[in-house]
Design a protein around this ligand. Structure first.
Ligand SMILES: NC(=O)C1=CN([C@@H]2O[C@H](COP(=O)(O)OP(=O)(O)OC[C@H]3O[C@@H](n4cnc5c(N)ncnc54)[C@H](OP(=O)(O)O)[C@@H]3O)[C@@H](O)[C@H]2O)C=CC1
Ligand SMILES: O=C(CO)COP(=O)(O)O
Length: 336
């Protein structure tokens, strides 16, 4: 049995914590809100993020991070990208105070605004190296709404530290949840972050009334952009053919359980971004990630037409129709 502290009690943190508790591990889920921790402990539910789900009775929650981390083998951070430095800083303070060393992992899919850093790079900056042995990312096609129902799911765990990846793999694996390990931390993080951009575009096409041809074209050409950015940032191109690449692109670009897809669909139906964000009530990572990648493309000397079109629609008020026309009438070229 492994002791795991999961930091972040939104939909994904709760679903991952619940899976590991169901497997018989000792799991403590940290929420920054007392009231939410109390709901999980008393009612075994997290209605805001996973409506109607019955959580495992042995899943314990707390609003005290030091308590969650006490004796933990693994600390798994699952908060939105914008909260990583704050939560990582609190984690570092707890680990420094206790003198404990953990396997450090995260399941967040984004890039930092301004710095364009990956999540593990941010964590490395805020958590001193002596506080952890091994850093891993949980990536791959996995909606919390499906995982909580024990729908069949396969994910990938990216880490250069085999022992760290295997410890997470053991804690998570069961008959309906199959984790694979993968040594490409960079590619696993980038696959997870960048597919959110394309998923917004895929939702937009459906919201506009286009069909499966359009969606397949966008996802395939989107994968080319993901791979180009990934290679330029040091990922292994092969990773994008795996669960953390095309696997996650398929599920996020096609499933109504995806926040990014649903956001794009609502934008395609004519809603304003502010309204879409308010109605979602959950993080839509792709909205910030499209800006990060748009900003990065010139320094990486890349031409990313789909990412650029989505950036213009989201941030510069270009109409979706105009962006689609622009993409479809670019100079003809060979497929690369
Ligand atoms: N949902 C999914 O199916 C999947 C999500 N992911 C990724 O996981 C990450 C988290 O997403 P998800 O769980 O969906 O997000 P949600 O929006 O469902 O939940 C976010 C959680 O983080 C908490 N939070 C926000 N800011 C802070 C903070 N400063 N300190 C502490 N807690 C904070 C929120 O608390 P509060 O309620 O107070 O706002 C909430 O509990 C994202 O990067 C997402 O891309 C990856 C795979 C699947
Ligand atoms: O990464 C995810 C599924 O693998 C979740 O995507 P959304 O944030 O779009 O729901």
């Amino acid at each position: 049995m492994t002791k795991v502290a999961v930091l972040g009690a939104g939909s994904w943190g709760t679903a991952l914590a619940n899976t590991m508790a169901k497997n018989g591990n000792q799991v403590v889920l940290w929420s920054h809100k007392e009231v939410q921790a109390a709901e999980i402990n008393d009612k075994h539910s997290n209605e805001k993020y996973l409506p109607k789900a019955k959580l495992e009775a042995n899943l314990q929650a707390t609003a005290d991070m030091a308590f969650a981390l006490d004796g933990a083998d693994i600390a798994l951070v699952v908060v939105p990208t914008k909260a990583i430095r704050e939560v990582g800083g609190q984690l570092a303070d707890c680990l420094k105070a206790s003198g404990q060393k953990v396997i450090l992992a995260h399941a967040t899919k984004g890039l930092e605004q301004g710095t364009h850093m990956r999540i593990s790079q941010m964590l490395e900056e805020v958590v001193p190296a002596e506080c952890y042995s091994g850093l891993a990312v949980i990536s791959g096609p996995s909606h919390a709404e499906d995982v909580i129902k024990s729908d069949l799911t396969a994910i990938s765990i990216g880490s250069t530290d085999v022992k760290a990846a295997q410890a997470l793999q053991e804690a998570l694996a069961n008959e309906s949840f199959r984790p694979y390990t993968n040594s490409d931390l960079v590619g696993s993080e980038l696959g997870g972050a960048l597919k959110n951009i394309i998923a917004i575009g895929s939702g937009m096409l459906i919201g506009k009334g286009y069909g499966a041809n359009a969606q397949a074209a966008l996802l395939t050409r989107g994968l080319v952009e993901i791979r180009q950015v990934g290679k330029a940032l040091g990922a292994n191109a092969e990773t994008f053919l795996g669960l953390a690449g095309i696997g996650d692109l398929i599920v996020t670009g096609m499933s109504p359980n995806s926040r990014n897809y649903r956001a794009g669909r609502s934008l395609g139906q004519g809603k304003a971004l502010s309204q879409v964000e308010e109605e979602m009530g959950m993080v839509i990572e792709g909205v910030n990630t499209v800006k990060a990648v748009y900003d990065l493309q010139s320094s990486l000397k890349l031409d990313l037409p789909i990412t650029s079109a989505l950036y213009r629609v989201i941030y510069e008020e270009e109409s979706i129709d105009s962006a689609i026309k622009d993409l479809m009438t670019r100079p003809l070229k060979a497929e690369d």
